[in-house]
Design a protein around this ligand. Structure first.
Ligand code: SF4
Length: 400
């Protein structure tokens, strides 16, 4: 009987290495790295964060998708949503003949998938319901879910098993958080509630301590809670977790705020009975945030952050820089910088739409660069090349 579930690679790394290099390598980035993550080009100094771009989970997922194409050259290949949140990478997969499945009325539309097809699951995983629907089709499944996401799943599952409601710091509409939240549904009494930020966490803390208007909470949290959630019943024992790509400082602060409320409500001696917590920020996210903080210790005139607008970790890197008062441009792709006009298309921090700015480089001389965990190096390199061109300097000449 044909094996239909894979999650450990196909051992085809050497076969795909050339294509991965062609699609994502950057000589500019390598030059910066070998020069201590700095590059002086004419009047410009580029300073690259020491940790940026593809994380281990994304590296693995992208490699696995390329290996899948090589392993099944004659089969139809589908991908549940996006492999990662980067338009360039998803486009490369489309060009390899992989069809990206989309949502229809809240659920992924699997109607085109047959038992003869191969379906790739993304780095952020899929919900239990989607996994079961795919299994019932009988197609080959290639599971690229990141190990760090699996760790969060184990955590929230243990909360559900032990009768604690999982409070997840994350975005309830993000694929990873949807998949994580669904894990609690393995248990009949499993419950979850997703809080986006400290202000939502404080609403919950207030309810834990003083009770309040249940209807207003239902209206506010809407789909961010499990079915049949009862605020009165389901907030007496809680366990904290987070989407792996949130701002770690905020996640820790939220956990602490909830802990204090539980202590005030039930007393310090009953803390363990009512509260559990575990920091589930992944190490790659943490390292990229730490690297940005290190970059901010020295002067920067501006910072350019490269990565998908729907990439949670990229948005958080941009927010971190912005919070420290450095003019920040979050761009989705290098082509957001128009060398001919000198304009830049970017998404201002906290906004949901793109704007075009010109002039934007001005008299800036020290330009910080970083990229989210789903951004390939060639997009970082192209960004540096385009900034150089807007400043009228010759990057190729500088690199020899
Ligand atoms: S950001 Fe973290 S959890 Fe997400 S794919 Fe990368 S390593 Fe895995």
């Amino acid at each position: 009987m044909e094996k239909t579930y894979f999650r450990k690679g196909f051992g085809l790394k050497s076969e795909i290495a050339g294509k991965l290099t062609a699609d994502y390598h950057s000589a500019v980035v390598e030059a910066l790295k070998s020069n201590g993550y700095n590059l002086q080009v004419g009047p410009l100094t580029f300073r690259l964060a020491r940790e940026f771009g593809f994380c281990y989970g994304v590296d693995r997922a992208v490699e696995y998708a390329y290996e899948t194409r090589t392993k099944f050259p004659d089969r139809r290949l589908f991908l549940v949503g996006e492999i990662i949140h980067n338009p360039h990478v998803n486009e490369k997969l489309r060009a390899m003949g992989i069809t990206l499945l989309v949502h229809q009325q809240g659920d992924f539309d699997f109607s085109a998938v047959t038992p003869d097809d191969v379906v790739i699951m993304p780095a952020f995983g899929v919900t239990i319901r989607d996994f079961e629907r795919l299994r019932s089709i009988g197609c080959v499944l290639v599971d690229t879910t990141c190990g760090s996401v699996l760790n969060v799943w184990k955590r929230v599952e243990s909360y559900a098993r032990d009768g604690y409601t999982a409070i997840i710091h994350g975005k309830h509409y993000h694929e990873e958080t949807k998949a994580t939240a669904s894990q609690v549904m393995k248990y009949p009494e499993g419950r979850y509630l997703v809080v986006l930020d400290m202000s939502e966490a404080r609403m919950i803390c207030d309810f834990i301590e003083h009770g309040g208007d249940v209807a207003a909470l239902h209206t506010h949290f809407g789909r961010a809670v499990s079915p049949s959630f009862e605020f009165q019943r389901d907030l007496t024992r809680v366990g904290l977790a987070n989407q792996t790509t949130m701002l770690s400082g905020e996640s820790l602060a939220i956990a602490e705020e909830v802990r204090k409320s539980i202590v005030r409500r039930y007393g310090p001696d009953c803390l363990e009975e009512h509260f559990r917590s575990f920091d589930t920020i992944c190490s790659a996210t943490q390292e990229r945030q730490d690297a940005v903080m290190a970059l901010l210790e020295e002067p920067l005139d501006i910072m350019v952050v490269v990565g998908g607008y729907n990439s949670s970790n990229t948005c958080h890197l941009a927010a971190l820089v912005h919070q420290h008062g450095v003019p920040t441009y979050h761009i989705e792709d290098a082509d957001a910088i128009d060398v001919r006009t000198g304009a830049i298309r970017h998404q201002p921090i906290g906004s949901k739409s793109e704007v075009t700015a010109r002039p934007w480089l001005g008299e800036s001389r020290i330009v910080g660069i970083t990229a989210g965990a789903s951004t390939p190096n060639n997009k970082v390199g192209e960004t540096i090349a385009r900034i150089s061109a807007v400043a009228g300097v010759d990057l190729d000449g500088a690199l020899g």
